[in-house]
Design a protein around this ligand. Structure first.
Ligand code: GTP
Length: 367
C-alpha cells in the first residue's frame, strides 16, 4: 500500500522558521520531521509514498536523496506549480499511484496511531473513506467531527464557541481512502479535502471514522512544535535506542534529563534545561554555541544558533545561525529567523517573531 504525504503548505504559522526550512524538515531531537513520518508509515506496513509538494520542494527531495536506507520504501515526488490544496495535492499525486486503496497523511502530524489497525478497520467496515480522529482538551481551536454509534461521520463543526461543543474529536490528519475518492477531486484547481471532499462524502453516508486515543500532535505552531520536540526528547514518541549523548564538563550545570548532541559548544556556568510552563525540554542543534553563564530552557535552537554569555532563552525557537547577543533575553514563544542577530541587552517577549537576517542593535541595560 502507498501513502500520499501532503507537504506542500507554506507553514505560515511557523514563520519565520519556515521561510528557509519546510515544515516537513523542521527537526525534532535533531532529526528532520520526515524521518518520524517514514517510521510511522512503515509501522503501518506501507511500502512507499508520494510526496505531494509545492512550497520549498528542493530541500525535501535533497533529504530523501541522501537517505540510503529506503530501498524497500519507494518515494515519488509530485510537485505543484501553484498550491492545489489538500485534495488537489492528492489528485496531483495520482500519476504515481497504483489504483489501490491508499493512506493520506498531513505532513505535519506526529502520531502514535496504530496505522495497521486503522487500515484493517477501514477494510473490514467496507468504507469508501476513513478519517482518523483524536480527542483534544480545548476543542475551540479546531474543526470538530461528530460521529454516530456506527462510526459514520454525521457532522463537521468548524471552530465552535464553547456552547456549541458537542464532541472533543478532531480530524487527526490521517486518512484511508478507496481509489474512487480521487475521481471526486477536480483536476488542476485548489481543492480542500477537509472543506469540499469530506463534507460531500459525509452527505453521501460514505465517510467513516476511526477514533484513536494514541499520542497525537501537529507541529504547525511554535507552541505545538516546542511540545512535540519535548515529547521526542522525553521518549514519549519516536524513541530511538541509538541516541547519542555528549558529556559536558563538570562546571556546566545542565538540567536533569537534558540531552546534548555533538558538536555543540557549551561554556562554563550555563543552565540548559527544562521549563515546565512552556517548551518542556531543550534541544540544541548541530554546531550551536552557548556562552558563559547563559540560560536556555524549554527551547529549540536550530543548527548553528548561538546564545552569547549571560543571555537567556526561554520557551522560544532560535533559527539556524541566529545569534542572541550578550545578556539579551528571548522568551515567551518568540521565534527568531535564520541568521538574525539580537544585539546585546534586547528583550523579546510575547511571541515576537524576527525575520531572517534582521539585526537588532545593542540596547543599553537599565538593570
Ligand atoms: P499554515 O500556513 O501554518 O496553515 O501551514 P500549512 O498550510 O503548511 O499547513 P496546514 O495545516 O494548513 O495543511 C495541512 C497539511 O497539508 C500540511 O502538511 C501542508 O504541508 C499540506 N498542504 C497544505 N496546503 C497544501 C497544498 O496546497 N498542496 C499540498 N501538496 N499540500 C498542502
Amino acid at each position: 500500500m502507498q501513502a500520499v504525504i501532503l507537504v506542500g503548505g507554506k507553514g505560515t504559522r511557523l514563520r519565520p522558521i519556515t521561510y528557509h526550512i519546510p515544515k516537513a524538515l523542521v527537526p525534532l531531537r535533531n532529526e528532520p520531521f520526515m524521518s518520524y513520518m517514514v517510521k510511522f508509515l512503515r509501522s503501518g506496513g506501507l511500502d512507499g509514498a508520494v510526496l505531494s509538494m509545492g512550497y520549498l520542494p528542493d530541500p525535501i527531495q535533497a533529504y530523501f536523496a541522501k537517505r540510503k536506507d529506503l530501498d524497500d520504501f519507494k518515494i515519488d515526488y509530485a510537485v505543484e506549480d501553484h498550491p492545489l490544496g489538500t485534495a488537489g495535492g492528492i489528485k496531483n499525486a495520482e500519476k504515481y499511484l497504483k489504483g489501490d486503496p491508499l493512506v493520506v497523511v498531513n505532513g505535519d502530524v506526529l502520531s502514535g496511531l496504530d496505522l495497521k489497525e486503522a487500515i484493517r478497520t477501514h477494510q473490514e467496515s467496507g468504507a469508501f473513506a476513513t478519517i482518523t480522529l483524536t480527542s483534544v482538551e480545548d476543542p475551540t481551536a479546531y474543526g470538530l467531527v461528530e460521529v454516530d454509534h456506527e462510526m459514520l461521520v454525521h457532522r463537521f463543526i468548524e471552530k465552535p464557541a464553547y456552547d456549541e461543543i458537542t464532541t472533543n474529536l478532531i480530524n487527526a490528519g490521517v486518512y484511508v481512502l478507496e481509489p474512487g475518492v480521487l475521481d471526486m477531486i477536480p483536476k488542476g484547481r485548489e481543492v480542500s479535502i477537509e472543506r469540499e471532499i469530506f463534507p460531500r462524502l459525509q452527505e453521501q453516508g460514505k465517510l467513516r471514522a476511526y477514533v484513536s486515543s494514541a499520542y497525537w500532535r501537529d507541529i504547525g505552531t511554535p507552541r505545538s512544535y516546542l511540545a512535540a520536540s519535548h515529547d521526542a526528547l522525553s521518549g514519549a514518541v519516536g524513541a530511538d535506542e541509538n541516541f547519542e549523548y555528549l558529556s559536558v564538563d563538570d562546571s556546566t550545570e545542565v538540567g536533569k534529563n537534558v540531552k546534548i548532541l555533538p558538536p555543540v559548544s557549551v561554556a562554563a556556568g550555563c543552565r540548559i534545561g527544562h521549563r515546565a510552563t512552556i517548551g518542556g525540554r531543550s534541544s540544541l542543534g548541530y554546531g550551536c554555541r552557548i556562552g558563559e553563564g547563559a540560560v536556555v530552557e524549554g527551547s529549540i535552537l536550530l543548527d548553528g544558533a548561538e546564545v552569547e554569555a549571560g543571555a537567556v532563552v526561554r520557551g522560544s525557537i532560535i533559527g539556524p545561525g541566529a545569534r542572541v547577543g550578550q545578556r539579551a533575553i528571548v522568551r515567551g514563544l518568540s521565534v527568531l529567523g535564520a541568521e538574525c542577530v539580537i544585539g546585546e541587552g534586547n528583550i523579546l517577549d510575547q511571541g515576537i517573531r524576527v525575520n531572517p537576517g534582521v539585526v537588532l542593535s545593542p540596547r543599553s541595560l537599565s538593570f
